[in-house]
Ligand binder design. Structure first.
Ligand code: PRX
Length: 628
């Protein structure tokens, strides 16, 4: 394993030489003057003075050699449609989308909010924004009006792109009414909305505000929109992610660093080369969708598969059918999807020819040993567990078959990825932990190219949230527990904060609590993540009512729980729905008023609640026990 460790060592010890070399993978319209500016820690600027463009590198750069080869392969089992866009087709659509944006007055630095399901237009508009230097902010389609309004108010977009509906399990899910509500709730709604009419549900356009995409597209189909060359550190996008407060953080990404980091990762981590086909089943609303549905594969001259559908419809062989049909070389999915497949007939895994497939990559949540082992055995393919975050943009820990093949261990995302100076840090002393000692997974700055540059509009929050956790050192905290074993294999041991992970979806418990608390009957609440066999975790809510009398009527409990669920669904979307809503008369708290979440989680998981010396009222724990 010499090579992989040596590669990593070089990337840390001589980072500037390392990244200057990797930067040659992309086209620079103006070469950079300095590889790194780290004069204002913890803010890092990579490839200073260099001018480039994500859309040019993902689309135009490949037109000479790959104009007629597939670039974007769209498969929808929801509306039973498949469209293969060649690189030339993609260029045409992206130029049309860019012309639409320009016509509506969108210029460099403006934000464009994209609220779309897994349809090609999501990629067209992301790339179109990149082309003209506008900053896209894609909002996950599973989120609802309140989430959307919060993001509109923070990003203050000049324009929104949306649609009549998404579809799940063959049933349309209306987007437009949620969008209208969100616009009504927000104080910074844009003047224009472009709507892709899929004809799934009736939709009324608001005169003077809403524009029909098909009409605009027809007008601009032959447009050639010049590329706007951005300085490497100028933002490409803002992607909101959950943290410990009710306000999501706008993770701001740069341009040049991201392009270089993703391009390199396609080879070193994902073993890809130009012409290969890459399939990530993530939604574009999440970071994996940004990095590995849209940008990574396209930047590296690979084709990308965009899939609208679930892993079990029309049957549990659909992922493998797509692999066979489109000669997929690498598949990226989430452990939850595999745990779901495990419940189906194993014969389905052998129905299709998977000879094109080299490896399967899983990320977004812990990959349990049993699931990883099961998948690699039934398919007889290597399974690569990779660990990272919205903030980092690409893997922190992973096997790197493009550097060296190494033996992997189930339950471990293997080793640190080049560029990431990862440590396990003791949260009380701030010192590095030894082997087998649990601590917080941390990254010594400067963060490598492609990682977040700041929180949108809030540098102070960036510094405080990510670099303020350890005494005596300014080191990035991932807010994950972890350890390294005697052989140098890393293990992730859960979050240190109140963020939960439901089926690979990162959710803030505070955001859900705020929604529960808006129900007039609720005085306060605690939402926690509880281990679940399939989804990894599920949310469980404990609510304290303003008056116990509210529960006296027959069926009152169920009725109230259903009402609270509805509030959550309307504000945060169906993804945030707790598995259970339970009523108690008090929450277990410390004497200083902090809810003892870890104790609640332990009780929910039938574990010992641990140290309770700080508890104000021990009977509150009995209530939790009883409610369960
Ligand atoms: O807790 C870790 C978990 O997901 C969090 C990041 O989620 P998100 O920002 O949505 O980014 C997902 C990018 C793949 C992490 O802080 N997580 C992610 N991957 C793994 C993981 N936990 C364990 N093992 C993983 N491979």
């Amino acid at each position: 394993m010499q090579k992989i460790h040596e590669f990593h060592r070089q990337s840390i010890q001589d980072k500037e030489a390392f990244w200057a070399r990797e930067a040659q993978r992309i086209h620079w319209q103006t070469p950079f003057e300095r590889t790194l500016d780290y004069s204002r820690p913890p803010f890092a600027r990579w490839f200073v003075g260099g001018r480039t463009n994500l859309c040019y590198n993902a689309v135009d750069r490949w037109l000479d050699t790959q104009a007629d080869q597939p670039a974007l392969i769209w498969v929808s089992t929801e509306v039973e449609q498949e469209i293969v866009y060649t690189r030339a087709d993609l260029a045409r659509e992206v130029n049309a989308a860019a012309a639409i944006l320009q016509e509506q007055g969108v210029v460099k630095g403006d934000r464009v909010l994209v609220y779309l399901p897994m349809i090609p237009q999501a990629a067209f508009f992301m790339l179109a924004c990149a082309r003209i230097g506008a900053i896209h902010s894609v909002v996950f389609g599973g989120f609802a009006a309140h989430n959307l309004a919060q993001r509109i108010d923070d990003a203050r977009p000049r324009l929104i792109v949306s649609t009549d509906a998404g579809s799940r399990g063959g049933r349309p899910i209306a987007y437009k009414p949620l969008l209208d509500q969100a616009i009504q709730q927000s104080s910074h709604a844009p003047e224009r909305v472009v709507l892709v009419d899929r004809g799934l549900v009736p939709m009324t356009l608001t005169a003077g505000r809403d524009l029909d995409y098909a009409t605009l597209r027809a007008r601009h189909l032959d447009a050639q929109v010049p590329v706007v060359w951005l300085e490497s550190s100028e933002p490409s996008y803002v992607l909101y992610t959950s943290g410990t407060t009710g306000n999501p953080k706008g993770v701001q990404r740069d341009t040049g660093g991201y392009a270089v980091a993703l391009c390199a990762s396609m080879e070193y981590i994902f073993g890809g080369k130009p012409g290969d086909v890459y399939f990530s089943s993530s939604d574009v609303g999440w970071v994996v969708g940004h990095s590995y549905v849209v940008y990574g594969p396209l930047l590296n001259g690979q084709a990308t598969v965009m899939y609208e559908g679930t892993p079990v419809r029309p049957d549990a062989a659909i992922l493998w059918k797509i692999v066979e049909d489109h000669h997929v070389n690498a598949l990226f999915s989430a452990p939850t999807a595999i745990r779901v497949l495990k419940k189906h007939d194993p014969a389905l895994l052998h129905r299709h020819d998977l000879s094109s497939l080299d490896r399967i990559y899983l990320a977004g949540e812990p990959l349990d040993e049993l699931t990883g082992k099961w998948l690699s055995e039934v398919l007889n393919k290597p399974v690569v567990d990779n660990y990272w975050q919205t903030e980092t943009g690409w893997p922190i820990l992973s096997a790197q078959p493009g550097v060296q093949e190494v033996p992997t261990r189930f339950g471990s995302p293997t080793f640190p990825v080049y560029g990431f100076d990862v440590r396990v840090v003791d949260e009380t002393t701030g010192r590095d932990c030894g082997p087998n000692q649990k601590g917080v997974v941390a990254i010594e700055p400067p963060l490598p190219p492609g990682a977040l540059s700041t929180i949108w509009g809030d540098d102070a929050r960036f510094v405080k949230t990510y670099f303020g956790s350890f005494p005596g050192r300014m080191t990035y905290s991932t807010s994950d527990w972890g350890l390294v074993d005697d052989d140098g294999y890393w293990y992730i041991l859960g979050r240190t904060d109140d963020v939960i992970n439901v089926a690979g979806h990162r959710l803030g418990t505070r955001e859900i609590e705020e929604s529960v608390n808006t129900h007039p009957a609720v005085a306060e609440s605690a939402v926690v993540g509880v281990a679940d066999e399939i989804k990894g975790q599920v949310a469980v809510a404990f609510a304290v009512l303003r008056s116990q009398d509210l529960l006296s009527e027959d069926g009152a409990q169920d009725r109230l729980a259903a009402e609270i669920q509805r509030v959550i669904e309307q504000r945060n979307g169906a993804v945030a729905r707790p598995a259970r809503i339970l009523f108690v008369t008090a929450l277990p708290k410390t004497r200083s008023g902090k809810v003892l979440r870890r104790a609640i989680v332990a009780l929910c998981e039938r574990r010992d609640p641990g140290d309770l010396t700080t508890i104000e009222d021990p009977s509150a724990l009995d209530q939790i026990r009883q409610a369960l």
